[in-house]
Design a protein around this ligand. Structure first.
Ligand code: NAI
Length: 474
């Protein structure tokens, strides 16, 4: 057994762990990264990057198929675009190439920063010691960044071969003609957007009264309308009872409005949340405390055990790749004693300004509080809205169904939240997050000149609308 000693040992090489390792090394700490699969974690290998690669093609397909003629496109020799098809082998190969390229990039960064990469499963032997294959790693600080895995529900038939979780869907060798999606959360809605853009039949079965539960009502309503218009069947307040095999297809039996109903699809996608990957870590030997299965951490990402930190999905705080990376930077700053404004202070994560994105078509992006949350808190507030239908660039992009909505403090002008459904919403939300982080007022956002013609003008227009001074709206 090899003995390794270091300042920081990071367990898990996803967007939380590898970023934390890079920052620890940048701050002069001798760092070891332990990962038993590919670097990049769920995000790069089984999540964000592969799904967005598929979605990019789906959007192009949808736009050309449904708007090609109007856009002035023709294939040489063909009178129309009816012959347009999808070469899924080529698409899957592209997805794998992009993933591979990004993975090699991370490997290069890890090597370049002289981080020791141990490709094994890490198990705690004590609060400062972990075993990893034949190695015994003793570290002043340990960061647990082991992530999460898809959850399932204990209904009969949940383990049938037609039932896939998000990992399984991304490994499919061809596009299914139809899919029933259990769960209308982020993953369910992203897959619904993907398959419906490819012209496939999609049914969503969601237990709660709304899809995208927790998001601003305006977002839920708009996206429900957009998906329904695209032919997606959405059953809300619907509880899955069992899954059966109907000649190789999945038959989902569910309860809705007191009645027993059925929906079938070539595949069934289980998208009912993710659970923390705490099982194989030997956490008892670490002494770290769990709360509802997640590792308890403070704002500095410290667990209850000195020298042990936890970041990413395993903390249950924010199940987003960029949230995990942000947590990783905070943990690294605290390990190196480089946190806080004057350095040497304690770094803290600011969850309130981490944007959330859903990669549908058009995209959804949000930051801060929803209108319901603001209303319930009793804060005096104002809202400003601007519809995509009045934005030139959105019309050019065939996306007139979205909007930008900004919520501000009614007296101070502090920006409390923003909710966007629009093309490139996920690229735009960073601007509002930066404004909130810098504690800018709505007047300052409205005064910021936005380039024309862009989708981002909608932010400026919505900011003007908060004061009832939007020029492009009556
Ligand atoms: P989720 O928690 O967002 O949604 C799960 C949905 O399943 C909920 O709406 C829930 O009510 C429903 N559900 C649970 N049991 C059910 C049942 N028996 N019958 C019908 N519906 C049922 O979880 P999801 O979508 O699986 O995503 C997991 C995590 O991954 C999320 O926290 C998400 O933030 C993250 N993620 C983020 C992405 C992004 O930022 N673009 C992309 C993919 C995942």
């Amino acid at each position: 057994m090899g003995d390794l000693r270091c300042d920081a040992a990071i367990i898990g090489g996803g967007p939380g762990g590898y970023v934390c390792a890079l920052r620890c090394a940048q701050l002069g700490k001798k760092t070891v990264l332990v990962e038993n699969r590919e670097l990049g974690g769920t995000c790069l290998n089984r999540g964000c990057i592969p799904t967005k690669t598929l979605l990019h093609t789906a959007e192009l397909y949808d736009e050309i198929k449904n708007h090609g003629r109007e856009l002035g496109l023709l294939f040489k020799g063909a009178e129309n675009l009816d012959g347009l098809g999808v070469d899924y082998d080529a698409l899957a190969a592209r997805k794998d190439r992009i993933t591979e390229k990004l993975r090699r990039g991370i490997e290069g960064l890890i090597r370049g920063r002289q981080i020791t990469l141990v490709r094994e499963t890490a198990v705690f032997l004590g609060p400062q010691t972990i075993g990893a294959g034949g190695d015994r790693i003793t570290a002043r600080n340990i960061v647990i960044a082991a992530g999460s895995e898809p959850a399932s529900i204990p209904v009969p038939g949940a383990d049938l071969p037609v039932v896939f979780n998000s990992d399984g869907v991304l490994s499919l060798k061809s596009l299914p003609e139809s899919a029933v999606i259990i769960g209308g959360g982020v993953i369910g809605v992203e897959f619904a957007a993907l398959f419906s853009s490819f012209g496939k039949k999609v049914t969503i079965i969601e237990m709660l009264p709304n899809i995208l539960n927790g998001m601003d009502n305006s977002v839920c309503e708009t996206m429900t309308g957009i998906l329904k218009k695209r032919g997606v069947e959405i059953h809300r307040g619907a509880k899955l009872l069992e899954i059966g095999d109907l000649s190789g297809k999945g038959l989902c039996v569910y309860e809705e409005g007191g009645g027993r109903k059925e929906a079938s699809g070539e595949i069934v996608i289980m998208a009912v949340g993710r659970r923390p990957s705490t099982k194989s870590l030997g956490l008892q030997a670490s002494g770290a405390v769990l709360e509802r299965g997640y590792i308890t951490v403070d704002e500095g990402l410290r667990t209850t055990v000195p020298g042990i930190y936890a970041i990413g999905d395993i903390t249950g705080k924010v199940q987003l790749a960029h949230g995990a990376s942000a947590q990783g930077l905070v943990a690294a700053a605290n390990i190196a004693g480089e946190g806080g404004a004057g350095r040497g202070g304690a770094a803290k994560i600011r969850y309130g300004v981490i944007p959330a994105c859903v990669y549908t078509n058009p995209e959804i992006a949000c930051v801060g509080l929803t209108e319901t949350q603001v209303k319930e808190s009793g804060i005096p507030y104002k809202t400003g809205n601007f519809p995509a239908a009045a934005n030139g660039r959105s019309l050019i992009m065939n996306a007139s169904e979205g909007f930008v909505k900004i919520i501000t403090h009614g007296e101070t002008g502090e920006i409390l939240g923003a909710h966007i459904v629009a093309p490139r919403a996920t690229d735009m939300i960073g601007e509002i997050a930066a404004a909130m982080r810098a504690e800018a007022t709505i007047e300052e956002l409205a005064d910021t000149v936005h380039p024309h013609p862009t989708v981002s003008e909608m932010i400026m227009e919505a900011a003007h609308d908060v004061e009832g001074l939007c020029c492009h709206k009556l």
